[in-house]
Structures are given as structure tokens and as C-alpha cells.
Design a protein around this ligand. Structure first.
Ligand code: TXA
Ligand code: MG
Length: 348
């Protein structure tokens, strides 16, 4: 039994050729009902045996996440997935064949074997075959799906490194498999295949353009500020879901970013995350001295890769407010725009 206050055990594992001994250590923890944080190509997940209710319930305790919030079951491919749903329809098959293994979660009607603890009592279940060799090796070693949300405390930014996991969950996870930084750095795209039309529930690492090349009728409506219906459909859509602890102010793009600085109080520790050269230049000439500044790449995929790490660093810097430069209103930026809007949404 681990005593409260213990640090988790962190085991390094090669990202491309996972060491079988490390995978076996993790499998043993899971087989004993424990929790293992593991890398995926999107963010780190906090895993438990997906068909064991008591194990799955430990995830909610560890994260401080309210029950009734559905978890994704991670599978090793279509065969395992089809055993977990009531019917595996043509759309599911098309998407799985094109995008699995990869950063796409499919919400499908659940099979009876899926515990309520996983689905939050919904009639559907979210399934994803991750591409990361460590995640796949762990699922295969376990021989059953791995229930896993992102490995962060509830309502906080998803972890993209093992160090983020340890900082966020510390004493609440037994073992962390450390394979370095995640390739995408932003969560999977979640697509609902249960409703009358296929619909994106969460923008993510698989682009809308790529998905529409397979399902031209796929609906994506960026969440309205108070879309209670959407939140009921996928509780992860709650506006504050991806927020850093630091207060975030979403500012104009480019040279006008500096205006946001003028609105800050005269006293305090402030930081900024920018991406455009104009905004960066504007910061040098305006407002209070910043205690924290990160310049992220101007390419949407590279920006997404680095965003959560920047938010974790901003939290660690103990700021009173963090100014974030808005990003372009273009399809390539869809997942980033979604995360920034949530990060900036003030807590009620
Ligand atoms: O990339 C990812 O998806 C990561 C890695 C670890 O796989 N996982 C992740 O899990 O982000 P989590 O629990 O933080 O977010 C899962 C999202 C939530 O928005 C949840 O509401 C939605 O998927 N979801 C899961 N099952 C669902 C279901 N049956 N119906 C509707 N939404 C569902
Ligand atoms: Mg999450």
C-alpha cells in the first residue's frame, strides 16, 4: 500500500520500441486494480482496466473528477472496438480504417459489457485506438481496453510530458510511463456517431478537413458560450474544462495585443503567450514589464504541440494574469481556438 505523500514511480520507456519489462511493470499495476499514467500521441492518459468498475472509479477519485463524466476506452484496433459497441456501423468502420490508430475518438452505442462507470450512464461509449507504441503495447499486454482520461487533475490543462503528470496528480497515480513529450500535444478529436448526423463533439488533433474527406456531411458547430445541450451530450465540453489556474485574457492579434496590457492593474505579475512577430514587437514598447513571455510557433500544428506546455509553465510562474494573443480564424486553428476560448472563460 502506498502511503499518502509518496511520489509516483516514474519508469522511462522508449517511445518507439517500448521495453517489455516496463510494459510488464505497468500491466501488473493495472492487473492489481491500480492506475498507470501512460503516453499517447495526443496527451498523457490516466489508465485503469476499462471493464472493471472499481478500477475505473479510482480514476475519478484520483482526478477529483465528478462521476457521470464519460471516459474514453482505448483499444488496440477495430476488432476490440466492435466488441464494446452495440453495433459498429459503416461510418465507424470508414473512420476507423482511415484514422486508427490515431487521435480520433468515436462515440458509438455501447455494448452491455461496458460499465456505467465508463459511460457516465450514457447509452454510448467513446472509443479510440491510440497510435503511440507504448499505449498500444500496454493495451495488448493487458488484453482489454484501457479506460483513460487525460492524466491531469479535473479542470486543469492536459499533460504533454511525464513531469506535467507528476506535478498535477503526484500522489494519486502509482506508476508513470515516461516516453518524453507527446507528438500532438492536444487531445483527440471526438466524433459522435450516435445522433442523426455525424457531429464533432470536441475539436482536436485530427483536422476537420481530413475527417470531411471521409464523411462530407460531418457537422462541426463551435460551441456557443452557453450551449447547455452540447454540454449534456459531452460533458467534456464544459467551458472551463481545459483551463490553466492562472486568469487568462484573450487579446487581439498582432500589434493591437499591447492594448490588453494597458488594461492591466499597475501592480502584479503578468505574462504573455504570443505567436506573431507584430505582437512580440508591440510588447517591447508597451505596458508593465512581463514576468513571463513565451513565443509560440506561427504554424497551427506546431502551436498546438507547444500550447499546453506553455500553459503549465505559466501556471508554475505564479502570475496574476496571462495575456494570450488570439489566433487566426481559419480551419487549421480549430482545436487551438477551442482550447483558448475555454482557457479564457472566467469561472462563474
Ligand atoms: O486525446 C485524448 O482524447 C486523451 C488521450 C488520453 O486519449 N483523452 C482525453 O480524455 O482527452 P478526457 O476524458 O480528458 O476527454 C474525453 C472527452 C470528453 O470531452 C468526454 O466528454 C468525451 O470525450 N466523451 C467520452 N465518452 C463520451 C460519450 N460516450 N459521449 C460523449 N462524449 C464522450
Ligand atoms: Mg481531459
Amino acid at each position: 500500500m502506498r502511503a499518502a505523500g509518496d511520489a509516483p514511480k516514474v519508469v522511462s520507456v522508449d517511445a518507439l520500441r517500448p521495453d517489455p519489462e516496463a510494459i510488464e511493470q505497468a500491466r501488473l499495476v493495472l492487473a492489481g486494480g491500480g492506475l498507470v499514467a501512460f503516453p499517447t500521441e495526443t496527451v498523457y492518459g490516466l489508465g485503469a482496466r476499462g471493464l472493471h468498475s472499481a478500477d475505473v472509479e479510482r480514476i475519478f477519485v484520483a482526478k477529483g473528477r465528478p462521476t457521470g463524466h464519460p471516459l474514453i476506452l482505448h483499444v488496440d484496433g477495430e476488432a476490440m472496438a466492435s466488441d464494446l459497441c452495440a453495433f459498429w456501423n459503416e461510418r465507424a468502420s470508414l473512420l476507423a480504417r482511415k484514422f486508427w490508430p490515431g487521435p480520433l475518438t468515436l462515440v458509438v452505442p455501447r455494448a452491455a459489457c461496458v460499465p456505467d462507470a465508463v459511460t457516465g450512464g450514457l447509452d454510448s461509449v467513446g472509443l479510440r485506438a491510440p497510435k503511440h507504441p507504448v499505449a498500444l503495447a500496454l493495451i495488448r499486454a493487458l488484453g482489454e481496453p484501457l479506460a483513460a482520461p487525460s492524466a491531469n487533475a479535473h479542470m486543469h490543462v492536459s499533460p504533454t510530458t511525464a513531469a506535467h503528470v507528476v506535478r498535477s496528480l503526484g500522489t494519486n497515480v502509482a506508476l508513470v510511463l515516461d516516453a518524453g513529450a507527446c507528438a500532438h500535444g492536444i487531445e483527440s478529436t471526438v466524433v459522435d456517431l450516435v445522433g442523426p448526423e455525424p457531429r464533432v463533439l470536441r475539436a482536436g488533433a485530427t483536422s476537420l478537413e481530413a475527417l470531411r474527406s471521409v464523411l462530407p456531411d460531418l457537422v462541426y458547430e463551435p460551441l456557443a458560450e452557453s450551449d447547455a445541450t452540447a454540454v449534456r451530450r459531452s460533458p467534456g465540453l464544459a467551458l472551463r474544462h481545459y483551463a490553466p489556474r492562472t486568469r487568462v485574457v484573450l487579446a487581439a492579434r498582432g500589434p493591437n495585443l499591447a492594448e490588453a496590457l494597458r488594461d492591466l492593474p499597475t501592480e502584479g505579475r503578468f505574462g504573455a503567450i504570443v505567436w506573431s512577430a507584430e505582437a512580440h514587437a508591440g510588447l517591447q514598447h508597451a505596458g508593465p514589464t512581463l514576468s513571463f513571455l513565451t513565443v509560440l510557433p506561427s504554424d497551427a500544428v506546431a502551436y498546438a504541440h507547444d500550447l499546453f506546455a506553455a500553459l503549465h509553465n505559466a501556471d508554475a510562474a505564479g502570475l496574476d494574469a496571462l495575456i494570450i494573443e488570439s489566433v487566426p480564424d481559419a480551419p487549421a486553428w480549430w482545436a487551438v481556438r477551442d482550447r483558448l476560448r475555454r482557457a479564457a472563460h472566467a469561472e462563474d
